[in-house]
Design a binder for this molecule. Structure first.
Ligand SMILES: Cc1cc2nc3c(=O)[nH]c(=O)nc-3n(C[C@H](O)[C@H](O)[C@H](O)COP(=O)(O)OP(=O)(O)OC[C@H]3O[C@@H](n4cnc5c(N)ncnc54)[C@H](O)[C@@H]3O)c2cc1C
Length: 411
């Protein structure tokens, strides 16, 4: 592997071609020589649900992650929900001025959303007057990955390349070393490997410790089966409408989202706590990574989700849901459902939080503390978890951090 250019422009390695990496690579390409190293293959997957359950390659944990250009946006539920302005304002109040233009940045991504109106959406809307539609990241009827949408030219992409660690000389990162032992040098290295992998790379490069905080949304998926008296055996046949489109949000931070279809015609309601107080941990050792999502380490989260589950139970008793049955409905009134929490929502964030505090791994521009030229611009950076499915927030954060990087490095 070599770098495309040897001119005066800064040479930047971006690790990961996922949601954050796509934004960063496309923004930097005009001003820097950019090489993106992506561990996944280059073939394009439209919507292969089996990929969503693919193991992330870490021993001991089945936490899934999309791989290949587009990363999570190749396999995720496609929900494209913006975090409210109040969230970004709270980050600005924490000293993260870089997010002051979050509203403008959000607007720049709005054109890529399309509404969905499937059977479960319609039932939810009829049962609840306040249902607000969320959007799907699709265009012209096909899944829209961040890479497809954003990266058009000027970026060198190497797929099938897994970075093993960053190569330092004192505080200066000289480049990266791949799992095959190849070395590639650069002026700057930007971690965009996703919240778990970026933090693992930082730990294995000796920049942070090996016990890392992890933020995630606890959620319960309540499957629904459509009454077979209807000729259709699937909840929704349209392959695009296989995901969430409607959502009820309550004051405790719980969202109830409708999911239509899927491979086996299954759909359901997803009850998710969007403002959890609990946190988990990623434990990194030399050969393995263990992930403890830490749901309900703060008891108030269990109480909030319990309220949401009761509400879902009530929704399912409404006439608009009479065409569905749920194998889980009897457990929603008790406590048994707690054992199912966490399966179906994978929103890892906040492993390398940004902040003014010296004990935060990233400074207020996304640079790894203790280094002169190593950065992070993906779901890792959030000091507080976004109160929405994170894909849209990662796009916004990565875009603003890439702008900040350019103003610092190329001025
Ligand atoms: C099954 C599933 C469903 C989801 N559903 C939704 C949803 O509906 N809505 C929503 O908003 N969010 C959803 N998410 C979350 C969303 O996809 C992520 O928040 C988002 O993709 C994070 O972006 P990122 O850039 O941080 O990481 P990613 O998009 O995960 O990108 C990281 C990239 O880095 C690559 N990589 C990792 N390690 C290395 C390495 N060592 N060397 C080289 N490359 C590496 C990976 O292959 C990957 O392509 C879902 C996630 C999953 C897994």
């Amino acid at each position: 592997m070599t770098f495309a250019g040897d001119g005066p422009r800064p040479r930047v390695i971006v690790i990961g071609a996922g949601v954050g990496g796509s934004v960063v690579a496309s923004r930097l390409a005009k001003h820097c020589d950019v090489v993106v190293l992506e561990r996944g293959a280059s073939s394009r997957v439209i919507h292969d649900p089996t990929l969503a359950m693919q193991r992330s390659g870490f021993e001991g944990s089945p936490y899934p992650q999309g791989t290949g250009p587009g990363g999570g946006s190749r396999v995720n539920g496609m929900v494209f929900a913006h975090a409210p302005d109040s969230y970004w304002n709270s980050l600005v109040h924490m000293g993260l001025e870089v997010f002051a233009d979050a509203h403008g940045e959000q607007i720049s991504f709005i054109g890529e959303e399309s509404p969905c109106d499937g059977l479960v959406d319609r039932a939810l809307r009829l049962a609840h007057p306040e249902v607000r539609p969320t959007m799907l990241a699709t265009r012209n009827g096909v899944r829209l990955t961040a890479w497809d949408r954003l990266v058009t030219h000027g970026v060198t992409l190497h797929t099938g390349v897994t970075v093993s660690h960053l190569n330092f000389n004192g505080e200066r990162v000289m480049g990266v070393v791949t799992s095959k032992g190849e070395e590639l040098t650069a002026d700057h290295v930007i971690l965009c490997a996703g919240a778990i992998s970026s933090s693992v790379l930082a730990a294995r490069s000796g920049v942070i410790g090996d016990e890392i905080r992890l933020l995630d949304h606890p959620a319960l998926f309540v499957p629904l089966i459509r009454d077979r008296r209807d000729s259709s055996d699937a909840i929704e046949r349209d392959p695009i409408c296989t995901t969430y489109a409607g959502a009820v949000h309550d004051k405790d931070g719980v969202s109830i989202m409708s999911i239509n279809g899927g491979v086996k015609g299954s759909g359901g309601l997803l009850v998710a706590l969007m403002t959890p107080r609990s946190s988990g941990k990623v434990f990194v050792s030399r050969d393995s990574v263990l992930i403890d999502r830490g749901f309900f380490s703060d008891a108030r989260d269990l109480e909030a989700l319990r309220t949401g589950v009761r509400r879902a139970h009530w929704l399912l008793s409404q006439p608009s849901f009479s065409q569905f049955t749920s194998p889980m409905s009897s457990m929603l009134n008790g406590e048994e459902w707690q054992e199912q929490v966490g399966d179906g929502v994978w929103h890892a964030c906040g492993t390398l939080p940004m902040g003014l505090q010296e004990d935060f791994p990233l400074d207020e521009s996304g640079k790894l503390r203790g280094t002169t030229n190593a950065w992070c611009m993906d779901a890792s950076v959030f000091p507080v978890i976004p109160p929405a499915p994170p894909q849209a927030s990662v796009l916004v954060a990565a875009g603003l951090l890439a702008n900040r990087f350019l103003s610092l490095v190329t001025s």
